[in-house]
Design a protein around this ligand. Structure first.
Ligand SMILES: Nc1ncnc2c1ncn2[C@@H]1O[C@H](COP(=O)(O)OP(=O)(O)OP(=O)(O)O)[C@@H](O)[C@H]1O
Length: 229
């Protein structure tokens, strides 16, 4: 599903190249659940943003589902993103002025999906996540764990093949974090959704099948998880 070949990313500042990623090559197969770990500032979020087409690498190539993203025009890239990728953020990034229901529905409006289909998909997700009673509340009226469930429902509503999650439980208590990780495991195992998450938590990383560690922009280790949770 994902093939990164010799990816480099730097930000020029005062004539000096500040490298964030160097010589990153990696492949992720469909159906995997991969955790990206490493110290603060190592380049994890940058890597995830490149995978999610939110940032472009300075050099190297990125193939997603067989297509070369690095040489693709923006319109096609956005279409590929909308059809295949769901992003989950640490800080949820919900729209404060929209209700739970409207937040979940938003990606379908961008995809120009008709209202009846939108309503039915949103209703299914609300039901699945036990949030029917909360559908008319605003994000500020929910707990952190509930807000993240809405964030995940919004990522799922367009039926993505890949979920990218940047510290999805970073703002949550451990019980809520475990609930979110169990949900990811279920989506991965039962629905075959590929997941790549950035995490600082050893425990969260054990829910996946593989751990990539990054240090100073370089992939240091790539190891399977023994005794996956
Ligand atoms: N637009 C930018 N301009 C200059 N430097 C940047 C920019 N974006 C990121 N960086 C630098 O790139 C490096 C990697 O950032 P990144 O957010 O990918 O790290 P991270 O591993 O996700 O860190 P954390 O765990 O703290 O979130 C950091 O040193 C950061 O300061």
């Amino acid at each position: 599903m994902i093939e990164l070949n010799n990816i480099e990313k730097y930000h020029p500042a005062k004539g000096i190249k500040h490298y964030v990623l160097r010589h990153v090559s990696a492949s992720i197969a469909s159906g995997e659940f991969v955790s990206v770990m490493g110290p603060s500032g190592a380049g994890k979020s940058t890597l995830l943003n490149i995978l999610g087409m939110l940032e472009e690498p300075t050099y190297g190539t990125y193939h997603f589902m067989g297509e070369d993203i690095t040489s693709m025009n923006e319109r096609k890239r956005i279409e590929l993103y909308r059809n295949h990728i769901g992003f989950v953020f640490q800080a949820y990034h919900l729209i404060d002025e929209m209700t739970v229901q409207e937040n979940i529905e938003a990606p379908l409006i961008y995809k120009k999906i008709v209202a009846s289909e939108r309503k039915s998909r949103v209703a299914d997700l609300l039901d699945r996540f036990n949030m029917v009673a909360k559908k008319d509340l605003f994000p500020s009226q929910l707990s952190g764990g509930q807000q993240q469930l809405v964030g995940i429902a919004r990522a799922l509503v367009a039926e993505p093949s890949l979920i990218l999650a940047d510290e999805p439980t970073g703002n949550l208590q451990s019980a809520q974090a475990a609930e979110i990780m169990s949900l990811f495991r279920k989506l991965n195992r039962e629905e075959g959704i590929t997941i790549v998450q950035v995490t600082h938590s050893e425990k969260n990383a054990q829910y996946g099948n593989r751990i990539l560690t990054i240090e100073d922009g370089v992939v240091r280790t790539d190891t399977p998880v023994a005794g996956q949770l």
